[in-house]
Design a protein around this ligand. Structure first.
Ligand SMILES: [Zn+2]
Length: 139
């Protein structure tokens, strides 16, 4: 997957199996983290994370036109913050990546899916608080 450097904007390619390790920007050396805040993923990064992440992955399936998705975004950020280093929180734009959404059986959004060891472990749909999200996924 690609992590954009918060300092210089350089896009750094990071293998999913390394997400819990210290990652530094190849250009400026700034420490980058794959956890602590939601990361945007496309089709390849989604699959890479689901297949290879050593820690659980929560994916927020959303779209720019979806009001509840925008409303729930701060809760998704809270979740990522709370589980820094323990859970990857990824956002997949279903408008940009409809093939993934179709394959994952996304009907209503926002839809949240928890993936562990390459498999989907649980799904929740609709607007909810970070507490409810974490509780429903037993994080
Ligand atoms: Zn940098």
């Amino acid at each position: 997957m690609i992590l954009k450097c918060t300092n210089c904007g350089q896009k750094n390619r990071v293998p999913a199996e390394r997400v819990t390790q210290t990652i530094t920007c190849g250009t400026c050396g700034t420490n980058l983290s794959a956890t602590g805040k939601p990361i945007a993923v496309g089709e390849k990064a989604f699959q890479d994370l689901v297949d290879n992440s050593p820690i659980p992955v929560v994916v927020d399936f959303w779209a720019p036109w979806c009001g509840p998705c925008r409303a729930v975004a701060p809760e998704v950020e809270k979740l990522a913050e709370r589980f820094e280093g323990k859970v990857i929180v990824a956002k997949l734009n279903t408008e940009k990546h409809p093939a993934v959404a179709q394959r994952e059986g996304v009907r209503g959004i926002p839809m949240f899916a928890l993936y562990k060891e390459g498999k989907r472990a649980a799904t929740q749909t609709g607007m909810m608080s970070a507490d409810k999200l974490a509780g429903g996924f037993d994080l």
